[in-house]
Design a protein around this ligand. Structure first.
Ligand code: FES
Length: 205
């Protein structure tokens, strides 16, 4: 329990598990891609980053609130930082938005519009991968995946199945079933929890 100052406003907190929850309680919108309150915290997208009074940046989803904390959620530095993150994500993302099932309901698309991103200044060096349509219910489009890990955690933590995992590292990192099997060849029960938490069109029904 304590009081923190967010954008010059004092906000009381009680048992919120992270700074992001206190920010949201104060009615302030900070974008996120990898935060799902019902899942464990992953801290991958860094969009929820805020700035403290000394100019230090940190991910608000992974930080416990402390009494006396002073933070800012929308400084010029943060805006620039978040825009660069979205541009980098778009660079490695299949941008067939107009024919994507998720168009109009995609968090990445929405953020791009809000940030006024019209061009992506980075080259897409990610290898294109085939769409997995082997399952009777779940379609996996790896080229639209932004590696937020939401589907992996939902499958494990909500459904207890663990069909999906993150294979390889760095720019090769890919969400896939073990041994790159098709979804239809795994123990996937077709619950669709992965689809619910996927912020893009990487997993559709
Ligand atoms: Fe905090 Fe993604 S929401 S790092």
């Amino acid at each position: 329990m304590g009081i923190m100052t967010i954008d010059g406003r004092e906000v009381e907190f009680t048992n919120e598990k992270n700074v992001l929850s206190v920010i949201r309680k104060a009615g302030i919108n900070v974008p996120t891609l990898c935060y799902q309150p019902e899942l464990s915290i992953y801290g991958a997208c860094r969009l929820c980053t805020v700035e403290d009074s000394r100019g230090k940046l940190f991910a608000s989803c992974s930080e416990e609130p402390r009494d006396g904390m002073v933070i800012y959620t929308n400084t010029p530095k943060l805006k620039k930082y978040r825009k660069m993150i979205v541009e980098l994500l778009l660079a490695a993302h299949c941008r067939d938005c107009t024919i994507c099932d998720k168009t109009g309901n995609c968090v990445l698309q929405d953020l791009s519009y809000k940030m006024g991103i019209k061009e992506v200044p980075y080259e897409n060096t990610r290898e294109r991968q085939p769409i997995d349509e082997s399952s009777y219910s779940i379609v996996r489009a790896p080229n639209k995946c932004i590696l937020c890990g939401n589907c992996v955690r939902a499958c494990r933590e909500l459904q207890g199945v663990e069909t999906l995992g993150i294979a390889f590292r760095g720019t090769d990192a890919t969400v896939m079933p073990a041994f790159n099997k098709g979804m239809g060849e795994t123990d996937c029960v077709g619950c669709g929890q992965c689809r619910v938490v996927c912020p893009t069109g990487a997993i559709t029904i």
